[in-house]
Each structure stands twice: as structure tokens, then as C-alpha cells.
Design a protein around this ligand. Structure first.
Ligand code: AMP
Ligand code: MG
Length: 333
């Protein structure tokens, strides 16, 4: 597979259209403080719209490939949700004219949770809480074959493009293609950049990223680990798989996701890691769980064989695994 293959071209198109839809919904429906007081319908609309568009565009080119995605249309089909369905249809129509409410539901339901040897996995909006706050979110799509991620395409419509200009232009997407590296492309201008992870060899100089939400991972454990490694700088708290993007760009050397004790038994979902992981790996990074095992993309929607996630620039991976053993955070098991 190369960048001109139908898989890559189709995934990029789908991600770009969905990203434009999500940005439009944010701009038009979501205004400052009122957002958190709302009934979360803007998120629902964006989630459904993004999934409908991506499933349709992928399945029209690859009718035999399952798309394993987060949403289904069950809620949307209820009579009391007709207003939401109307809004989803209104937005989808701006990108795929002539779409009916029935088609929106049908496209959303092209998703299945039955994995085959080859399947796509999609998070139509990863980092919902970031989307609501006006922070980071991602639209993440990956192609998995025989348990290995072959392609990841991820849009981060609100992520700054240049590290040197964090308040400058925002909006980019990432492509990680097995054996061919990772690139970042500016959503507006199309400018592209090949990505390489951080070369920091001394763990004390590493910068760490983690979730904003403290119940998505064990922040206290992360703090103990950072102290053990001699890291004195603050962590970068960021929503969504955008964290994999900033590892791939070399801005941070560590992304830690030790399971949170607040939700024992939680298992990571494949659509929260497939796209991001290949983007970080193809930029030279290493991705395993917190015990050093490869991520499990073949058991089902839940990564039942894994315990948390560890992403590093590669050189630091063994040192951090050893430090994790030393600080002895158990997290949820
Ligand atoms: P992040 O923005 O990195 O915190 O990740 C957002 C994702 O965390 C969401 O898409 C959820 O699927 C996932 N999530 C929800 N609850 C948990 C949990 N207890 N532990 C880990 N991830 C979670
Ligand atoms: Mg998610």
C-alpha cells in the first residue's frame, strides 16, 4: 500500500469531509459557556454526522470491509430524537447533497462490531470532552489486517500546526502508513511535513503527555513515574489521540495511560488507539501496553489482552517500562 492506493486516498477524503463537518458544527451550534449547559446534542450531531459520512465513503469503495465504529443509529431512530436526526441530516447534506434521514441512519449502521481479518476502525469524534470544551479532538480512522494496523489517518481540526507557533494556525491531519513513515498535512494549505519522534535520550529531559480527564488514566501514578525518572517539567494534558500526534511530531517523548483506579476493569477500545499508534510508530516511536505487550487489535472492540498504554519515542521505552515496574502502579485490573 502506498499513498496513491485506493485505501489511503479514500481514507483521506473521508477524514477531511468529516473534519469539515465537525468544525462547522462547532462553529455554528456551539457557543462558549452555553455549551456545557446544553444537552450535549451538538456532540451527538457531530458524532453521528462524522460516522455516517466516513462509513458511506469507505463502504462505497470497499463494500466487503467492516467498519468497526463507536456509534449506531438506535437512539437516533427514536421518534423523540427526530429533531437531532433532522440536524444531522442538515449537516451531512452540506457535504453529500441529497442525503435523506433514512440514508444517514443506514450509513451509521454500516458499522459493525464483528471483526474480520481485514477491517477499518473509526472513532468519529475522539475526545468528546475536548470537543465540548473547545480543546482537542480527533477523527480517527485505521485499517487493520491480521491484527496489525496498516494505515492510520487522523484529523485534528483544532491542533496547532507548528510547535513554534502554538497560538497560530490550527487544523491538520496525520497519515501513518506501514513501512512508509508518518506525515502531517495542513488541513487548509495542504503543506506537508514528514514526522520524526524526539531524540531526547535522557529520560529526565522528556516531556510527558496524558489525558485531560483524570478518570481516563492514573495521573497520580504518572506523577510518581515522572518523579522517578527525574522529569521536573509539567505534563501536557491533551484530549484525544492528538497525543499520539505530538509524540510523532517529536514535541513530547512520552504518552502515559496507566489505567485509572476510578474505573476498575475498563478496557481500552481499538478505535481509541489504532490510528494514533501507527502514526507514532511510523515516526519512529514505540507503542505497547504498560507491561510492554503489543496492543491487541484482534480480540474484539475491547483490547482485553492489554493493561493501559505506553507510547514513547522508542529510545526511552525500556527505561520507562522498568520505571513503571519500579513505581508499581497497578491501575485497574
Ligand atoms: P482521552 O481524550 O485521551 O482521555 O481519551 C478519550 C477516550 O477515553 C474516549 O474516547 C473514551 O473511549 C476513553 N475512555 C472512557 N473512559 C475511560 C477510562 N476509564 N479509561 C480509559 N479511557 C477511557
Ligand atoms: Mg474515543
Amino acid at each position: 500500500m502506498d499513498e496513491n492506493s485506493l485505501e489511503v486516498v479514500t481514507a483521506i477524503r473521508a477524514i477531511k469531509v468529516a473534519s469539515a463537518l465537525c468544525q462547522k458544527i462547532r462553529e455554528e451550534l456551539v457557543g462558549g459557556d452555553s455549551l456545557l449547559k446544553s444537552d450535549r446534542s451538538p456532540v451527538t450531531i457531530a458524532d453521528f454526522g462524522s460516522q455516517a459520512i466516513i462509513c458511506k465513503l469507505i463502504r462505497e469503495k470497499f463494500p466487503d470491509d467492516p467498519v468497526v465504529a463507536e456509534e449506531d443509529s438506535q437512539e437516533l431512530r427514536k421518534p423523540e430524537r427526530s429533531g437531532i436526526l433532522e440536524k444531522v441530516t442538515h449537516y451531512v447534506n452540506q457535504f453529500i447533497p441529497g442525503t435523506s434521514p433514512e440514508e444517514v441512519c443506514t450509513w451509521i449502521d454500516m458499522s459493525s462490531h464483528a471483526l474480520k481479518d481485514r477491517f477499518w476502525t473509526l472513532d468519529p469524534i475522539d475526545g468528546t470532552k475536548g470537543f465540548l470544551r473547545g480543546d482537542q479532538y480527533a477523527i480517527a480512522l485505521a485499517l487493520v489486517e491480521n491484527g496489525r494496523v496498516r494505515l492510520g489517518v487522523m484529523a485534528c481540526p483544532n491542533l496547532y500546526i507548528e510547535r513554534s507557533d502554538p497560538s497560530g494556525k490550527r487544523g491538520c491531519f496525520f497519515i501513518g502508513l506501514e513501512g512508509r513513515g508518518s506525515v502531517q498535512i495542513d488541513l487548509q494549505k495542504g503543506t506537508r511535513r514528514t514526522l520524526t519522534v524526539s531524540k531526547v535520550g535522557n529520560p529526565s529531559e522528556a516531556i510527558l503527555t496524558e489525558s485531560v480527564e483524570s478518570d481516563h488514566s492514573d495521573h497520580l501514578c504518572h506523577e510518581r513515574l515522572a518523579r522517578h525518572l527525574g522529569i521536573s517539567g509539567p505534563s501536557i494534558k491533551m484530549d484525544s489521540q492528538a497525543k499520539y500526534g505530538i509524540v510523532a511530531r517529536g514535541e513530547v517523548a512520552l504518552y502515559l495511560r496507566v489505567p485509572s483506579p476510578s474505573e476498575p476493569g475498563y478496557k481500552e477500545k481499538i478505535w481509541d488507539h489504532a490510528a494514533g499508534s501507527i502514526i507514532a510508530e511510523e515516526a519512529g516511536g514505540k507503542v505497547t501496553d504498560t507491561l510492554g505487550r503489543p496492543l491487541d487489535f484482534s480480540s474484539g472492540v475491547k483490547m482485553i489482552k492489554n493493561h493501559g498504554v505506553l507510547v514513547t519515542s522508542g529510545i526511552l521505552h525500556d527505561v520507562v517500562l522498568e520505571a513503571l515496574r519500579h513505581v508499581g502502579c497497578k491501575g485497574a485490573v
